[in-house]
Ligand binder design. Structure first.
Ligand code: GLP
Length: 260
């Protein structure tokens, strides 16, 4: 089922942090799918607080990032390796040896996808996958037109994604043109998807992802094919959802046994 939770960023982060804290306490070897971008940052902070406060064991967790730029020095502050280390590995106290990011180095690019898929399979698959959504409807870096069955591979970034991400670089030209990203098929193989979106600029992509037709034109719409998805949106990002009132009512009336 897809559950849509309409909450402020802070409340959504607290709700999701509780869900993750419970899962990790029950299974300290959980395999967590990490996302970059601004959307999951509140969650990482809220979970880090829970880790400190409740002593949640994080050192045996394994984690896989969704994507990486191609040809960007891994030590560049905007590489997703650096970003994941800074925003998730350090604050959450993860073991860096157990955290994987696709290999974006140009020499090894041709086998990067296959190697990443093998590493995920060896870990037994991703249990909980954190996701953001691009304004063009991408998840990971699966741009419009991506195969809904795709696995980790090289992709070309759209002009819109490069514009959206230019804010992280000194100039728009510095944004890499290519990436290695988990495919939509890879993402759909995770046990539970948690998608975060906030702000009016995400409203259209969220509506297409949750209520639009399942289509490669909006890669995030593939979440409708997954049996267990929780979409956290703030009021602005929920503003174009036709059934927002129903989602609110369903969440408020949810029986305690149902959990998240
Ligand atoms: C980036 C990432 C995605 C992310 C998305 C939204 O380009 N590759 O994984 O979800 O775009 O980013 P933000 O959360 O900053 O809006």
């Amino acid at each position: 089922m897809t559950e849509v939770v309409i909450q402020s960023d802070a409340d959504a982060a607290a709700t999701a942090a509780t869900l993750l804290a419970d899962r990790i306490t029950r299974d300290p070897e959980l395999v967590l799918g990490l996302a970059t971008g601004s959307s999951p940052l509140h969650l990482y902070r809220a979970l880090a607080e829970r880790v400190t406060r409740d002593g949640i064991p994080m050192d045996r967790l394994r984690a896989f990032a969704l994507d990486e730029y191609a040809g960007l020095d891994p030590e560049h502050p905007q590489s997703y390796l650096s970003t994941i280390r800074r925003e998730a590995v350090e604050p959450l106290g993860l073991d860096p040896e157990r955290v994987h990011v696709p290999d974006g180095s140009l020499e090894r690019l041709p086998t990067a996808g296959e190697r990443y898929e093998e590493a995920i399979a060896l870990a037994g698959g991703v249990d909980v996958q954190i996701l953001g959504i691009g304004t063009d409807g991408h998840i990971g870096f699966n741009e419009p037109g991506s195969s809904l069955a795709s696995r980790t591979r090289i992709k070309t970034l759209t002009a819109q994604t490069r514009r959206d991400n230019a804010r992280f670089f000194d100039s728009p030209e510095q944004v890499p043109t290519h990436c290695v990203t988990q495919g939509i098929g890879t993402i759909l193989a995770a046990g539970h998807l948690l998608l975060f979106a906030s702000g009016a600029h995400k409203a259209d992509a969220v509506a297409r992802a949750v209520e639009g037709p399942v289509s490669a034109g909006c890669p995030a719409s593939a979440i409708q094919l997954h049996p267990r998805v929780t979409v956290f949106v703030d009021e602005a990002a929920a503003s174009r959802l036709e059934h927002a009132d129903y989602y609110r009512a369903a969440y408020e009336a949810k029986p305690a046994w149902q959990g998240l």
